[in-house]
Design a protein. Structure first.
Length: 268
């Protein structure tokens, strides 16, 4: 993936295809390469130009270990759009990537034609606050989980019970998650320190782009009622739920998610 210098930040991205540009933003700790499994191929086949991004904190993009904000990452997207001469584009984000996408749409309505947000909550519940703080404390203490245990915990937090109790499916997931297990680097730790935005409702109110908000029915990290609340905050947003999916719903039921993406973007 090419790396471009944007001010003080080196930003890694991948740009492929032609047609209307779609910028895709992954969640906390996730590489833009995750989109290459299912969503980027579907969008390329539908005739879009797809730009995937490694957010601040995800090498080879700069670690920015001294601190990362959603506004920083949104500014990176705008700067990358300028570098690629994107006068008008759509933006898709999941989880933390959804918050970045909302910030881009709110700050630069002249650039964003359509906004798709998935698995992004409006605010933290009590359980989320404790979990997020505990994970950060664990990382700061230098704690590491054995890969097999880390894989099981990650699966429980991010997958639907329909996947977890399918012996064949969960076995494949556990193998993948165990292989991918590694301690959070300084950049991911900086992403982990980003809290839920108490002013997100006001940010959403400034979004003018057509919006689609996607919820995953069994998502524990961004539960449907908090995703629907976010949709209510975005003016005129469309809401869609995907059954039998957890926080990784775009990987669990990619065909359903891809149909929602291409259907919505096709209305431009």
């Amino acid at each position: 993936m090419p790396v471009v210098e944007l001010g003080e930040v080196s930003l890694s991205y991948h740009d492929k295809g032609a047609g209307h540009p779609v910028v895709m933003l992954m969640g906390m700790g996730g590489s833009g390469r995750v989109w290459e499994l299912h969503q980027r191929p579907a969008l390329l086949a539908a005739g879009y130009r797809v730009v995937t991004v490694d957010n601040r904190g995800i090498p080879p993009t700069s670690d920015c270990a001294d601190g990362i904000t959603v506004a920083d990452m949104a500014a990176d997207v705008v700067a990358l759009a300028g570098h690629l001469a994107l006068d008008r584009f759509s933006v898709v984000g999941t989880s933390l990537g959804g918050r970045i996408a909302i910030e881009v749409a709110a700050e630069r309505p002249d650039l964003v034609a359509a906004l798709v947000v998935m698995a992004t909550r409006s605010r933290a519940g009590k359980l989320h606050e404790v979990l997020d703080a505990g994970e950060l404390e664990f990382a700061d203490a230098g704690g590491t989980l054995p890969p097999r245990y880390h894989a099981a915990v990650t699966a429980l937090q991010n997958l639907s019970p329909h996947t977890l109790f399918d012996e064949n499916a969960v076995g494949e997931w556990l193998d993948i998650l165990e292989f991918a297990t590694q301690p959070p680097g300084p950049g991911v730790r900086a992403q982990m320190a980003i809290g839920d935005d108490p002013d997100l409702r006001a940010v959403c109110a400034r979004v003018a782009a057509r919006s689609l908000v996607i919820s995953f029915a069994d998502d524990l990290i961004a539960p449907p009622h908090l995703v629907r609340e976010l949709a209510d905050w975005l003016p005129g947003a469309r809401f869609a739920g995907v059954e039998r999916t957890g926080h990784f719903g775009y990987l669990e039921r990619p065909a359903a998610v891809n149909d929602l993406l291409t259907g919505f973007l096709g209305e431009l």
